[in-house]
Design a protein around this ligand. Structure first.
Ligand code: PHE
Length: 444
C-alpha cells in the first residue's frame, strides 16, 4: 500500500490543495454569521487567538501523523499505535466528516441555486432578498434538487483521482476567489455608511458578548481550518517528504484567515450601509441566521454596474470553494473505506454519497436537524477530535518521530529548535485550553 500511494505534484499544489480544503463555506458563509452572532470584533479577536494557539500547531500535527503513516485517518492511528484504541480517534473523524457533509452539501446547493439565478437574471429582479432567501429555506424540494447535483460533482472529482482532481481545481479557483473578494471588499467599504460595519468588525464592543463566545470561536477555528477530523491527516499522507510542514501550516492558516476576514469586510460594511433601519441592524445581525451571505451579497451586487455578472461570478467561485472542501471531506471517508474495507474508490464514493444525500434530505426538511449537525460537528466533534490528536502527538508518539517529521529527516535542522515549545503546547496548553473552553461554554 505504502509504495503505491500517490503524492501531490508540487509545492504550490500542496498548499493549494490544503488551502482548498480549508477555504470554503466556513470562511465565507459560516464565519460572517458566527461573527455577527458573537458580537463582532471581540469574536474575531478570540478567533484569531484560536487560530494561532490551536490551529497552526494542530494542523502541523495532522500533517505529521498523515505523512508519517501514509494512510487514511483511522489507518494512520492504527499504523503508528498498533492494537491500541487510538484508531477510534480516526473513526470519530470519519463520522464527523459525514455529519459535516450532511449540512454542508445543502448550503453548497444554495450556492448553485444562487449561481443559476444570477445567470438567468432572476436574482437581479428580486425586491425583497430576505423574503427570497426565506422562501428557499421553506422549500426543501428545491434545496434537495440543488444539493444532489453538488454531491455528484464532488464524486466526479474524487473518482478522477487525487492529483488531477483536487490539486488542479484548487490551484485555479482559489486565487480567482481571492481576487474577487478584494474587488467586492473595495466596493463594500466605499459605500456610504460602511464605516459602522467596519467598526462592528474591528472595534470590540462588550455589550453583545455571550458566554459561549469562546466555544463558538474555537469551533469556528477548527471548522474553518478543516481540523480535528483527519482531513489534514489524509492530505498530509499525500505530501512528499520534503514538504516543510511548519511552513505549510502557517501558509494555509494565514490564507484561510485572510479569506474569512475579507469575507467579513465584504459583508458587514454593506450590511450596515444598505440596511433600511440602521438603528436595529446590530440586533438583527446578532439575531442573525444562516442567510446573511445570501441576503447581503445580492444587495451589494445591486450597487454595482453589471450586477448580474458579479453575482454569477461570485456564486460560481463560492460553489467551487465549497467543492474543494466537499472533495476533501469526501476523500477522508472514501479513502477510509477503500483502505480499511478494500472497496474500490468508486464504490466507496457512491456509498458515502448515498449516506450524505439522506442526511442532506433530512437537513433540508428540518432546520433543527441542520443546526444539530452544524453545532455537533463544529462545536463538539472537531474540538474533541483535536483534543485527542494533541494527546496522541504529545504523549503517545515518540519524540524522535516528531523531530524527524518536523525537520524532514534532518534536512531542516533549524526546525529542531521548535520541538520543545511545540511539545509543550501539545501536551499541556492546548488540551487544557480546549477542556476549559468546553467547561466554560457549557456551564458559564
Ligand atoms: N474548512 C472547510 C470550510 O471552511 C470545511 C471543512 C471542515 C472541510 C472540516 C473539511 C473538514 O468550509
Amino acid at each position: 500500500m505504502t509504495e503505491k500511494r500517490v503524492t501531490f505534484a508540487s509545492k504550490i499544489g500542496i498548499v493549494a490543495a490544503a488551502a482548498g480544503s480549508a477555504v470554503g463555506l466556513g470562511n465565507i458563509w459560516r464565519f460572517p454569521s458566527q461573527t455577527a452572532d458573537g458580537g463582532g470584533a471581540i469574536f474575531i479577536l478570540i478567533y484569531i487567538a484560536c487560530i494561532l494557539f490551536f490551529g497552526i500547531p494542530l494542523m502541523m500535527s495532522e500533517f505529521m501523523v498523515g505523512r508519517a503513516a501514509r494512510a487514511n485517518t483511522a489507518g494512520a492511528f492504527q499504523k503508528l499505535a498498533p492494537g491500541t484504541p487510538w484508531k477510534w480517534v480516526g473513526r470519530l473523524g470519519v463520522l464527523t466528516g459525514f455529519v459535516i457533509m450532511g449540512f454542508y452539501m445543502v448550503v453548497s446547493g444554495w450556492t448553485l441555486d444562487y449561481f443559476f439565478q444570477s445567470l438567468s437574471g432572476s436574482l437581479h429582479k428580486v425586491d425583497n432578498l430576505s423574503a427570497h432567501f426565506d422562501a428557499l429555506q421553506a422549500n426543501p424540494v428545491r434545496q434537495i434538487a440543488w444539493m444532489i447535483p453538488f454531491v455528484f460533482l464532488s464524486v466526479f472529482f474524487i473518482v478522477s483521482g487525487v492529483k488531477k482532481g483536487i490539486e488542479r481545481s484548487a490551484k485555479i479557483f482559489m486565487p480567482l476567489l481571492f481576487l474577487l473578494l478584494i474587488v467586492l471588499a473595495i466596493r463594500s467599504i466605499t459605500l456610504e455608511g460602511a464605516i459602522r460595519g467596519l467598526s462592528f468588525l474591528f472595534r470590540p464592543d462588550l455589550s453583545h458578548v455571550k458566554s459561549t463566545v469562546f466555544l463558538d470561536a474555537m469551533g469556528q477555528a477548527f471548522f474553518s481550518l478543516s481540523l480535528g477530523m483527519g482531513c489534514m491527516i489524509t492530505y498530509g499522507s499525500y505530501f512528499n517528504n520534503n514538504t516543510d510542514l511548519a511552513k505549510t501550516s502557517i501558509q494555509v492558516s494565514t490564507l484561510d484567515t485572510l479569506v474569512a476576514i475579507l469575507a467579513g469586510v465584504v459583508i458587514f460594511p454593506s450590511a450596515f450601509a444598505l440596511t433600511a433601519n440602521p438603528e436595529t441592524i446590530v440586533n438583527e445581525l446578532v439575531a442573525g441566521g444562516p442567510g446573511l451571505l445570501f441576503i447581503t451579497l445580492p444587495e451589494l451586487f445591486n450597487q454595482m454596474p453589471l450586477s448580474m455578472v458579479w453575482s454569477a461570478l461570485f456564486f460560481c467561485l463560492l460553489a467551487l470553494a465549497a467543492l474543494t472542501s466537499t472533495i476533501s471531506l469526501m476523500e477522508v471517508v472514501t479513502v477510509y473505506l477503500h483502505e480499511e474495507y478494500r472497496v474500490s474508490r468508486l464504490k466507496g464514493t457512491l456509498l458515502v454519497s448515498a449516506g450524505v444525500i439522506i442526511l442532506g434530505i433530512i437537513s433540508s426538511y428540518s432546520s433543527l436537524f441542520f443546526n444539530v449537525l452544524d453545532v455537533a460537528s463544529a462545536k463538539f466533534m472537531l474540538p474533541i477530535g483535536g483534543f485527542f490528536i494533541c494527546l496522541f502527538m504529545g504523549w503517545r508518539l515518540k519524540k524522535n518521530l516528531i523531530l524527524l517529521q518536523l525537520t524532514n529527516n534532518g534536512e531542516l535542522p533549524a526546525r529542531a529548535k521548535l520541538l520543545n515549545g511545540y511539545l509543550f503546547l501539545l501536551r499541556y496548553v492546548i488540551p487544557i485550553a480546549i477542556l476549559s473552553i468546553f467547561v466554560y461554554g457549557i456551564v458559564g
